[in-house]
Design a protein around this ligand. Structure first.
Ligand code: ZN
Length: 675
């Protein structure tokens, strides 16, 4: 390769660019030497005839990984300069690494060929327009990419081999540590272990990540996290448990004692960015069950996954979801007897008002059509509750015992954790005290700091003690009195009492119900509600309930009042009826006193004739009617009525009805005279 022959005066008129690149910060630190080599190329340019002013250095990409060009502004600037034809020479150490992916590299080569730009590396000078040079440059690019691939394969292969033996170091999860022989074992800190167990137990009990968070926050239990980096390595910090953390833990198979690796796959998108997707269990790269002690069994893990999936779908509404607060006993269990979809709960007014109804509105909401079915909740809940009490007597003992056993165990756990928190605060306070005592008094600065730390610790201890006392008191005594225990024993022996005990929350009732009942189908017609209960295990019970009166019917005015109105309306106007009813002490269905308009409404609803209509039926006539009947002008009727020749009766304001008096009327002559 004859260098001077390739460099022409045209080349020398343009710039020479030195592109300096190291891919990672680590390489930047470690590889100063190769950076020096790259700057040596600058001397090469000078030898070839470019002076210093003509030589530009692009080193913006120092510290950037080179796998794609998208986020490497230096490389893009290089391409831009070359494209504009301003560059005669591109220099780089092992040039093919200018672009670490073949597509970028070939693009650069093409542009260099078009603009007649030369390329220089430590091996020589190339003109991309020459076939041989082009071939070598292309090969260099391919080699470089292959090298990258090998490097990655070696790296990942090493990881995989370690992972396959279950020896890969992975940041330990809360509840685990590496022991001195690098085995993954339970954290020796009892409080941390307990916190993990309480988390799993609470989820087992409630079936909802949100409830786990609530339980921890209600009992002021903080979540321990061990730090594994830096100066504070091994130290435990406590933070508030959050739903995302709970989900991570529940989804993590390592808590079953399994070692897993490669649960996700990273794909490179067209933008060069990595996209992570989760793999199905069969596609995990490494799965070693029973590799270390587990907090839960694999079976429980799978149940948890199913539960979480179900809870997640509950927003899609075609499955029960987790038991929630609220009075509707059958929430999540009711199926529509008409269309088979799951019915939802609709509360009327405020939730405390015990007004919950079951509605099948999903199709209606989706299609904008009418609601499929509406069933008043109260009667149904009561009937199903009664059916539970009546039907499940053999199972009652088990369920009740389970509930109370659970309650007791839960309390002991919680108390243990809380006490441990106080103990920890005390230890820290004692440590701070010792440090303060040991400090030399002449070193004021240190003494002051230590004293402040000691004070802080004491304050924290006091706070922890107060918190403990408060929480314990809120729970009542841990050891139930013999009387309480007897009552619990009595309660556990019969479900009916547990069920009806006002201290049993709506939520616990619902949870009991879910242990017993698969689903309840409701179908309503005009008179009856058909309730079909499908028990767990397949048995069924069918009930028929009278259709309860709707809320409209519940506020209906009593029938006696309607009869009164019917009687009074023959001789009184609406406002007179209202005051008569009020004076007799009657009230409307909503407990209000009567007014004229309200009586008017009621008459209309019940088809009762008004006073005026009564009069008309008994022969009284309106002004135009009587005028037509006796053949006189309207004005004449008024005059007759004033003179007493016609009976008139005032019905409403100026509205009057008339009737001919028995006396003969002078109208005959008058009218025959013509008008
Ligand atoms: Zn329906």
């Amino acid at each position: 390769m004859n260098a001077p022959a390739k460099v022409t005066a045209d080349h020398l008129r343009k710039q020479a660019i030195l592109y300096v690149r190291q891919s990672t910060l680590h390489q930047v630190k470690e590889n100063r030497e190769s950076t020096a080599l790259q700057y040596d190329l600058k001397r090469r340019a000078w030898e070839l005839g470019w002076n210093d002013e003509q030589t530009m250095v692009i080193d913006e990409d120092l510290g950037h990984s080179g796998a794609t060009a998208t986020d490497r502004s230096g490389f893009q600037r290089l391409v831009a300069e070359v494209t504009l034809g301003r560059v005669g020479l591109v220099m780089g150490l092992s040039v093919s690494r200018l672009a670490r992916n073949n597509a970028d590299w070939h693009r650069l080569l093409d542009i260099c060929a078009l603009t007649g730009t030369l390329i220089v590396d430590e091996d020589g000078i190339y003109d991309p327009n020459h076939f041989n040079d082009r071939l070598i440059l292309g090969l260099k690019g391919t080699m470089s990419e292959a090298e990258l691939h090998m490097l990655r394969a070696r790296l990942i292969g090493g990881l995989l081999n370690k992972a396959r033996r279950g020896e890969l170091w992975v940041r330990p999860l809360t509840g685990y540590v590496y022991d001195e022989r690098q085995r993954f074992v339970f954290d020796s800190d009892a409080q941390i272990q307990w916190a993990v167990r309480v988390l799993f137990e609470t989820f087992r009990r409630t079936g909802s990540a949100g409830q786990v968070v609530k339980h921890f926050s209600k009992h002021s239990i903080l979540w321990p996290c061990r730090l594994f980096e830096g100066k504070r390595d091994g130290k435990v910090v406590y933070r508030k448990l959050q739903r995302g953390m709970v989900l991570n833990i529940l989804h993590n198979p390592r808590y079953t004692g399994a070692f897993v690796y490669g649960r996700t796959r990273t794909r490179k998108g067209p933008d060069g960015k990595a996209h992570i997707c989760s793999l199905a269990r069969d596609n995990w790269q490494v799965f070693l069950p029973n590799a270390h002690p587990g907090y839960i069994s694999w079976e429980e893990y799978e149940i948890n996954q199913a539960t979480l999936l179900q809870n997640g779908h509950s927003e899609g509404r075609d499955n029960p979801g987790a038991a929630r607060e609220g009075n509707a006993l059958l929430q999540g269990l009711v199926l529509c007897g008409r269309c088979g979809l799951r019915m939802t709960v609709r509360y009327r007014g405020r939730k405390e008002l015990h007004q919950s109804n079951y509605v099948c509105a999903r199709r209606g909401i989706e299609t904008g059509g009418p609601m499929c079915q509406f069933v008043v909740g109260a009667g149904v809940d009561e009937a199903v509750g009664q059916a539970v009490v009546d039907t499940v007597t053999p199972a009652a003992l088990d369920v009740a015992l389970q509930v109370f056993e659970e309650l007791r165990a839960r309390r002991t756990d919680v108390d243990r954790l809380r006490r441990a928190q106080v103990e920890r605060a005390r230890e820290e306070a004692e440590l701070a005290q010792r440090q303060y005592m040991l400090a030399r008094p002449e070193n004021r600065l240190v003494v002051d700091t230590l004293e402040r730390q000691w004070n802080d610790c004491m304050a924290k201890l006091a706070q922890a003690e107060v918190e403990y006392a408060r929480a314990t008191k809120a729970d009542g005594t841990l050891e139930p009195s013999s009387e309480v225990r007897e009552r619990i024993a009595a309660l556990t022996s019969d479900l009916p009492r547990v069920w009806k005990d006002p201290r049993t929350s709506a939520r616990d009732r619902k949870r009991m119900l879910r242990l017993l009942i698969e689903d309840v189908t409701l179908a309503r017609n005009e008179e009856l509600i058909h309730v079909h209960i499908r028990w767990k295990g397949g048995a069924t019970t069918s009930l028929e309930l009278p259709r309860p009166r709707s809320s409209f019917e519940l506020v209906r005015t009593p029938a006696t009042v309607i009869e009164e109105i019917r009687a009074l309306a023959t001789e009184q106007k609406d406002n007179q009826i209202a005051s008569t009813l009020n004076s007799r002490g009657y009230r409307s269905g909503t407990g209000k006193s009567f007014t004229g308009p309200r009586v008017n409404h009621l008459r209309f609803d019940y088809g009762i004739e008004s006073y005026r209509q009564h009069l008309q039926r008994s022969g009284w006539l309106t002004l135009p009617e009587i005028a037509r009947k006796i053949g006189v002008h309207l004005q004449t009727v008024r005059m007759y009525s004033k003179k007493g020749l016609l009976h008139a009766i005032r019905v409403n304001g100026r509205d009057r009805l008339f009737k001919t008096a028995s006396a003969p009327l002078p109208h005959a002559q008058h009218s025959s005279n013509g008008q």
